[in-house]
Design a protein around this ligand. Structure first.
Ligand code: GLY
Length: 276
């Protein structure tokens, strides 16, 4: 399946499930001084999550062009060191604005990956927020993953860095739940396909999709302290790297080897060949 076909498959799946297909917004966010570049699919919906703007739909799906080269989400230092980071990428996302919440977000993600794309479920791992002083553990997400079919030992708890998502220092945020995929050999070998590789070293097990359960707005007061206040309605914001899921589907070792990026590398290589 080509990267273009995977993008279309995602949009079609969520459209079939009642989501409005929305175009990618520009890389330069409109009217948001907190961001230099668009860094996530949810940026164009920020005011909808905050209850400041109403749209004529409560569910949306998009493939958003993103740049992560500075600010809260900065991949610049990883480029060239990992198989999965590049500062420009496309983020596939489904969104609920006070409509469905955790249960359907998790069910849709499972159904899309396992039933629609037919990913090998032996290779899937899941993470949930284990809680901290400010926000409690997300036991509900853990139970929901098990209910849709994840083995309990494949659902791991992590802290704020990995499992609490916010677009910047301020703005909509919430605990999140990630899906990781083991790309190595022999998924049945418990010494290879291990929990330690989830958010661990190397690229063998890679995060492919993040489901954010948008519940709070983080604001900064004049004395520089931050406060979490509940959003008008619990919402959903997800982000799956198109290049990452394409690497999985095309069974290649790096995002650079997918049909989305490889032609660019080859073109640049041809241009840089010394002339005879
Ligand atoms: N907004 C979801 C993500 O960027 O992971």
């Amino acid at each position: 399946m080509t990267g273009d076909e995977i993008r279309q498959r995602f949009l079609d799946y969520f459209e079939k499930n009642g989501h409005k297909v929305v175009h990618s917004s520009p890389l330069l966010p409109a009217n948001d001084p907190t961001l230099l570049f668009t860094n996530a699919g949810m940026n164009q919906f920020k005011d909808v999550f905050l209850g400041l703007e109403k749209r004529d739909y409560k569910r949306a799906v998009s493939s958003q062009k993103c740049i992560r080269a500075g600010g809260k989400h900065n991949d610049l230092d990883e480029v060239g060191k990992t198989a999965r980071h590049h500062t420009f990428f496309e983020m596939l996302g489904n969104f609920s604005f006070g409509d469905y919440f955790k249960e359907d977000a998790i069910r849709y993600a499972w159904e899309f990956l396992v039933d629609d794309l037919k990913l090998d479920r032996r290779r899937l791992w899941f993470s949930v927020f284990e809680g901290d002083d400010e926000v409690g553990p997300d036991d509900e997400a853990r139970e929901l993953w098990v209910r849709v079919g994840a083995p309990p030992e494949r659902v791991l708890g992590f802290g704020r860095i990995d499992n609490f998502w916010q677009m910047g220092d301020t703005g909509p945020c919430g605990p999140c739940s990630e899906i990781h995929y083991y790309m190595g050999e022999d998924p049945d070998d418990p010494t290879k396909n291990t929990a330690e590789l989830v958010n661990g070293p190397g690229d063998t097990t890679m995060e492919i999709w993040n489901l954010v359960f948008m519940q709070y707005n983080r604001t900064e007061s004049e004395d520089g302290t931050y406060t979490l206040t509940p959003l008008p309605a619990p919402s959903v914001d997800t982000g799956m790297g198109l290049e990452r899921i394409t690497a999985v589907m095309q069974n290649v070792k790096t995002n650079y080897d997918t049909d989305l990026i490889r032609p660019l590398v080859e073109y640049a290589a041809a241009l840089s060949e010394p002339s005879a």
